[in-house]
Design a protein around this ligand. Sequence first.
Ligand code: NAD
Length: 470
Amino acid sequence: MTKLAVRNPRTGEADYYITPPSSEELSNSCRALRNAQDEWQQLGVNGRADVMQKWKTAIECRKEEIIAELVKDTGRHSETILEFNSIPAMIDRWCNLAPEILKAEDRITSSIPFLQIEGEYKPYSLVGVISPWNFPLLLSLIDAIPALLAGSAVIIKPSEFTPRFIEPLLETIADVPVLQGVLNVVTGAGETGRDIVNEVDLVAFTGSVKTGRLVGEACSKRFIPVSLELGGKDAAIVLKSADLDRATSAILWGSVANSGQSCLSIERTYVEDEVFDDFVELLVQKAKKLQLAHPNVEDGHIGPIITKMQANTIQQQLMDAADKGAIIHCGGEIEEHSGGLWCLPTVLTDVDHEMKIMVEETFGPVLPIMRVKDERQAVEFANNTNFGLGGAVFAGTEEKAIEVASQLEAGAISINDAALTAIMYEGEKNSFKFSGLGGSRMGSASIKRFIRKKAFLINTGVKDPWWYDV
Ligand code: NAD
């Protein structure tokens, strides 16, 4: 297999190389994982939780190395600390939840009194996790951890743009030999992703709608389930009764954290006419205070745009908006510093749905704000999209905000806050429209994506009245 060069987002230099496995090597690796899975399943959920706790310790022991590589992968520091810290917490959460969710169900009597039912869970043998570059560690493990606890073996392929953290992560897996049998992380790009889809029994994919569609089609041809977590264009709605100080702070964070490179970023905001000017003034004031994390990675607030391709998309959308009459209040373009590509928080007004920036995923620290005459119009515009991941509503009361939120065609709506799915994984939700397919990744039910349920239908001894009387 040929070597792939990896670009450093802070310098623009190719300073790391990966050699993805050949199809045959990948196939051998999948076979080994599959062979080890039965023993893993036989450990029982409590046994698996003990192993996962050992892995958590191994991850914590290599905290500095993992963080250092993730910082090189992404060019940002503060979000990396949050990203790393979410992992031990996630392992603990699933170790606590899984035994209760997966415990054997009591035998029940059916509607035919002499027939009883006992249930059993059977995990999918091998789960393939394919993940994007915006939160490389978190999005590689968010599905892998519950899948492992469910009893599956797992193969993970992180994005080819952010593969440096794989080396120290593999070392943590090697520290726990039982886990090493059932968990592998491989490097590679789309070709390796395609090979994984051809090998596994279930795919948990996070990425763009474009690739998600290809993965979904390939899975349907193989008749295997797929969980698709795709792109978004989350809208925030600000009603005239909202606390504007709160709304501007939350929307700013929800739009520019991780330089806007989050599926759940607020990508457009609709504000009621009466408070529009005050909202924009306050937002611009706050946005102008944020600085690039440059030259020192620990400085400022806004890291580089991780991929060159994404920087091009942002630049093109900004140019398209400006050409069509948008007013740019701050930021406004991709800047090059020391070879990296950066974008300061960019607030735009005089925008409409003819502009790409209001309808296509931007994945940058960009806040287009549109004036609406009332909440009905706000809801109409917010729903005028192919995406349906999440959103946010700000109003004077929670009741009012929830009333508006219930009209939005999206899965996770933050109430008087923004982008809360970034930090809270307990709220069960589905993606609407092109933002995804499959069971909820959030909430305790998410682990059930990795198991099939069997039913033992037990005749307790009575001769069935419907048998032939012969
Ligand atoms: P992408 O779709 O380009 O790539 C995602 C992964 O798929 C990568 O690992 C890539 O190598 C792999 N891949 C590419 N072609 C493939 C193929 N034919 N078969 C199998 N795998 C293949 O996405 P990206 O640019 O890495 O990530 C950004 C996108 O991810 C954005 O749209 C963002 O909104 C989305 N995202 C969604 C969520 C969510 O939870 N809904 C979270 C984070 C990111």
